[in-house]
Design a protein around this ligand. Structure first.
Ligand SMILES: Cc1ncc(COP(=O)(O)O)c(C=O)c1O
Length: 388
């Protein structure tokens, strides 16, 4: 078997279990205590102290002025699209190398994704490719950006911090400013990841996090919107809670609202998980360092490391194989031998819903699709239940 050494190493790293999963949550703090509190007080649903506390904890941790909880990352992104004014028929520039939710959120509005290539150093949206596409295809009239060929308004740009590695968000922001595009960050995978010391998801007008079960911390299902603009955060809170006008007993709503608020019971989990977030990120970074050292001695398998000036949470560790054939063999051998590994998502422009969408050459995107494999990345635990 070609990748026997890799299989053995990963198994040993994770305590020689029969099966090593890709990414599983860790509950070693106050989770049960806070959940019991919800049940004992009957505050399990849309009202309760954990909702506000979770928002405050995430705002403080990320440095955002305001954080607003959602039921999941997908509806956080949907809400973000609405908040920046994306409308039916608009075009939104994003990556083909992303999880489906980024594009679904754009589509819920009736807008169309346009796929821009990613960088080889980050796996995230390339500011150079973004600028090239805009120079070739867009014009700004009266402060509004249009696609010259389709005539559609180009309203926003949604880069994604792929597998937790920050993309070149400052340069992307500068291009967006030049072309009057709203910047929304899909930071679903990057809680704990910093670009030049600043938390991902806080560079654009809105950032979206996910707390799905496979993420660095989880609330079962959950998401969070990040804002630097208090007013926009306040509006998000209103719209995600059915747009109800506050009153002691009346049911008056002043807008089409959404039931996107996270229940207290999920937020309770979130509060407990936040108490360990930094420890988990440091542990994941230490695991990445172990992988880096191991793969330095491997020819034909390269370990993907964090981009310059960044601190990555290494949500899912990435190895790059030499070509598609090697990628398939690596997937086959690891999965056959109890080590869960996965290829990158099918590219968005290859899915039936999005195959008609515009895209650039996607040269690096395709290069990654043919080579990337995610390897086990859970927080490692000692046999006595301590974070390693
Ligand atoms: C890049 C990206 N965007 C959005 C989401 C959607 O988050 P959720 O699963 O919480 O809806 C995820 C993860 O699940 C993701 O990886």
């Amino acid at each position: 078997m070609k990748y026997q050494k890799v299989v053995d190493y990963i198994k040993e790293l994770y305590g020689n279990q029969d099966f090593t999963p890709l990414s599983v949550p860790v509950f070693i703090g106050n989770e049960k205590k806070y959940l019991n509190e919800c049940i004992d007080t009957s505050f399990v649903s849309s009202v309760g102290k954990f909702v506000d506390r979770f928002e405050d904890l995430v705002a403080e941790y990320t440095g955002a002025k305001r954080a607003v909880v959602c039921v999941n990352g997908t509806n956080a992104l949907h809400m973000a699209m609405m908040l920046v004014g994306v409308e039916r028929g608009d075009e939104v520039l994003t990556q083909a190398l992303t999880f489906i939710a980024t594009c679904n959120a754009i589509s819920y509005i009736g807008a169309h994704p346009v796929f821009i290539d990613v960088d080889r150093e980050t796996m995230g949206l390339s500011p150079v490719a973004l600028k090239n596409w805009l120079e070739e295809n867009a014009e700004v009239k009266n402060g509004v950006c249009y696609n010259k060929r389709t005539g559609h308004r180009v309203k926003a740009c949604v880069p994604m911090h792929t597998f937790g590695h920050p993309c070149k968000i400052e340069d992307i922001g500068a291009v967006c400013q030049e072309y009057h595009l709203e910047l929304v960050e899909d930071a679903a995978e990057s809680i704990g990841s910093l670009y030049k010391g600043k938390h991902t998801g806080t560079f654009g007008k809105v950032g979206a996090l996910s707390f799905n079960g496979n993420k660095t911390i989880t609330t079962g299902g959950g998401g969070m919107l990040l804002f630097n603009d208090e007013g926009l955060g306040k509006l998000a809170k209103h719209l995600t809670t059915q747009a109800k006008v506050p009153h002691r007993w009346e049911f008056v709503h002043d807008h089409i609202g959404y039931n996107y608020r996270m229940p207290n019971i999920n937020a309770a989990l979130g509060c407990a998980q936040m108490e360990y977030l930094e420890e988990y990120v440091l542990s994941k970074r230490a695991t990445a360092q172990r992988y880096k050292e191991f793969f330095q001695n491997e020819t034909e398998v390269e370990f993907f490391t964090e981009p310059e000036n960044c601190r990555s949470n290494y949500w899912l560790n990435v190895v790059i194989l030499k070509d598609k054939e090697a990628q398939l063999q690596f997937l086959q051998e690891t999965n056959d031998n109890g080590v869960m590994t996965r290829p990158i998502w099918e590219l968005m422009n290859r899915l039936p819903m999005f195959e008609h969408c515009e895209h650039d050459s996607l040269e690096n995107t395709i290069w990654f699709a043919d080579r990337v494999v995610n390897i086990p990345s859970s927080v490692r635990m000692s046999s006595n239940g301590k974070v390693l």
